[in-house]
Design a protein around this ligand. Structure first.
Ligand SMILES: [Zn+2]
Length: 121
């Protein structure tokens, strides 16, 4: 079997149509949600469109991440912060994940330095 690919067709090799099994799939635009990007695909053969979720490394709502950082910056420990998130959002966040956010959002953590100025917030 020849393994050459046709550059003229934008065929995505890992995808096949759930309807007819054709590999002639084209991208049809993206839709952003709070949790992930949803890439829409269309089948060139039968015209069936379908969605494949592209899960990003951040699987949590941005609001949750922002609140966790603000909460932590109030002076709570990482452990207290994740237990706050559990109560507030009903989502269990591993401490490790939270620490990752904290280091990933270093510009926000400059807020930490402001903390001494804004007392009683
Ligand atoms: Zn199809």
């Amino acid at each position: 079997m020849p393994t050459s690919h046709n550059p003229k067709d934008h065929i995505l090799p890992t995808l096949s149509c759930p309807q007819c099994g054709s590999k002639k799939i084209k991208k049809k635009g993206k839709r952003h949600t709070r949790y992930e990007d949803r890439q829409r695909y269309g089948c060139n053969k039968c015209g069936h469109t379908f969605i494949r979720e592209v899960t990003k490394h951040a699987r949590y709502p941005v609001k949750l991440i922002m609140e966790s950082l603000s909460f932590y910056n109030l002076g709570y420990s990482a452990r207290q912060t994740v237990s706050y998130l559990k109560r507030r959002f009903g989502i269990k966040v591993p401490e490790k994940t939270f620490r990752h956010w904290y280091t990933a959002h270093t510009p926000i953590s400059t807020y930490h330095q402001l903390r001494s100025h804004i007392k009683g917030v």
